[in-house]
Design a binder for this molecule. Structure first.
Ligand SMILES: O=C1O[C@H](COP(=O)(O)O)[C@@H](O)[C@H](O)[C@H]1O
Length: 232
């Protein structure tokens, strides 16, 4: 647990911590692989991370989840990463988005989403495994990545063997692609930044017991992969 005095302190402290982890990965293996989340919370973190002194050409960046929207859409996690992280020195990193475009006349039916997930899995198969670090997020409903409570596809995403599966949340916009729970747990380390009292309460609830209604709890009740929680 890393308590921070403010959201700004969290963004700067966590950016320095991530950079240190990535430097260690590069020193050990010649490259580093970082997966990042979308949403609103990561913006200050991305903007602090992109200025870190790092051998950026040796860093690969990919996603923890993606909304099934065109890559230029305001809700696209790819667009968020391109706008806020892959700037300045960090523009030299290799970014691996999960798709380049949605199929024409996209409809979020199971078969369409499965084809999109298959495409993402094919891309990620070319990346070095295991990944070094995944920076997660958490919604106030207890979702993490795009593992939303009660979503279509959730049961599969909690057990699937490929890294990417689809979900269709009932409580949030857009069908999603998400790292599966096994893929998240195959990452060397996970980071969970949490900002604000509501998220803190949800986190405390999820710590009490593994609970289908709070998918983040699956990460907090396992002994395989360290989860570093940063709080402000
Ligand atoms: O929809 C999503 O939400 C979560 C949390 O987002 P935030 O806006 O509350 O920070 C995020 O971790 C996930 O990647 C995203 O797709």
């Amino acid at each position: 647990m890393h308590p921070c005095a403010s959201p700004a302190a969290l963004a700067h402290g966590l950016a320095a911590w991530i950079a240190e982890r990535l430097r260690a990965a590069i020193a050990a293996r010649g490259h580093a692989v970082l997966a990042v989340s979308g949403g609103k919370s990561p913006v200050p973190l991305f903007e602090a991370l992109r200025t870190q002194a790092l051998d950026w050409p040796r860093v690969r960046i990919t996603l923890v989840d993606e909304r099934c929207v065109p890559p230029g859409h305001a809700d696209s996690n790819t667009a968020l990463v391109r706008t806020h992280l892959l700037q300045g020195p960090a523009a030299a990193a290799t970014f691996v988005p999960w798709f380049d475009a949605l199929p024409a006349a996209f409809d979020p039916a199971d078969a369409t989403l499965q084809r999109l997930a298959d495409g993402a899995n094919a891309r990620l198969a070319h990346q070095p495994w295991p990944w070094d670090l995944a920076v997660l997020g958490m919604g106030e409903d207890g979702h993490t990545a795009s593992l939303f409570p009660g979503a279509d596809g959730l049961a599969h995403a909690l057990h699937a063997s490929g890294p990417v599966a689809w979900t269709r949340p009932a409580t949030a916009p857009h069908a999603r692609l998400t790292l599966t729970l096994p893929a998240l747990l195959a990452t060397r380390e996970l980071v969970l930044p949490l900002i604000g009292p509501t998220k803190l309460r949800v986190f405390q609830q999820a710590r009490l017991a593994q609970d289908e209604a709070l998918p983040v709890s699956h990460l907090l009740h396992q002994h395989h992969t360290p989860v570093h929680v940063w709080l402000a």
